[in-house]
Design a protein around this ligand. Structure first.
Ligand code: CMP
Length: 139
């Protein structure tokens, strides 16, 4: 089925001017970018987005990193988009990511890993609703 997923191009990638290169990989995989905006999150926004990770040892570091610079928020649409984008991104740790994936190509480390993608339909719904109004998504 045609699905939507939520994507973030993270501060390590915007800092290195990689937005276009990452978008080329996304589009090359057949996913359509149906919403996109460049923002800088406040701590409150990052804490809310990642609240399920609050108890993890890396939570503080994650919030620091995600507020350290501009990020690009996106909605991606396509057949099986949630799983497809996770495949396109590759493993969380770039050392484990497959050849040709965004993280293998661009990520610096497990934390500075260039992109985020929703891991389930429920997460995609929540993450899109937190970051976009309906009229900002044009399919
Ligand atoms: P993301 O998909 O954005 O959601 C949770 C994030 O936590 C994940 O990507 C990683 O970038 C980050 N993360 C996971 N493990 C670690 C770690 N050990 N150290 C720092 N960040 C981590």
């Amino acid at each position: 089925a045609v699905e939507r997923t939520f994507s973030i191009i993270k501060p390590d990638a915007t800092r290195r001017n990689l937005t276009g290169k990452i978008n080329a990989v996304i589009e090359g995989a057949g996913l359509r970018i149906v919403a996109q905006k460049r923002v800088r999150w406040t701590r409150a926004q990052a804490e809310k987005f990642y609240e399920e990770h609050k108890a993890r040892p890396f939570y503080g570091e994650l919030v620091d990193f995600m507020t350290s610079g501009p990020i690009v928020l996106q909605v991606l649409e396509g057949e099986n988009a949630i799983a497809k984008y996770r495949e396109v991104m590759g493993a969380t740790d770039p050392k484990e990511a497959a050849e040709g994936t965004v993280r293998k190509l661009f990520a610096e480390s497990k934390g500075s890993n260039s992109t985020h993608g929703s891991d389930s339909p429920a997460a995609a719904d929540r993450e899109i609703a937190l970051n976009f109004r309906l009229d900002e998504i044009v399919g």
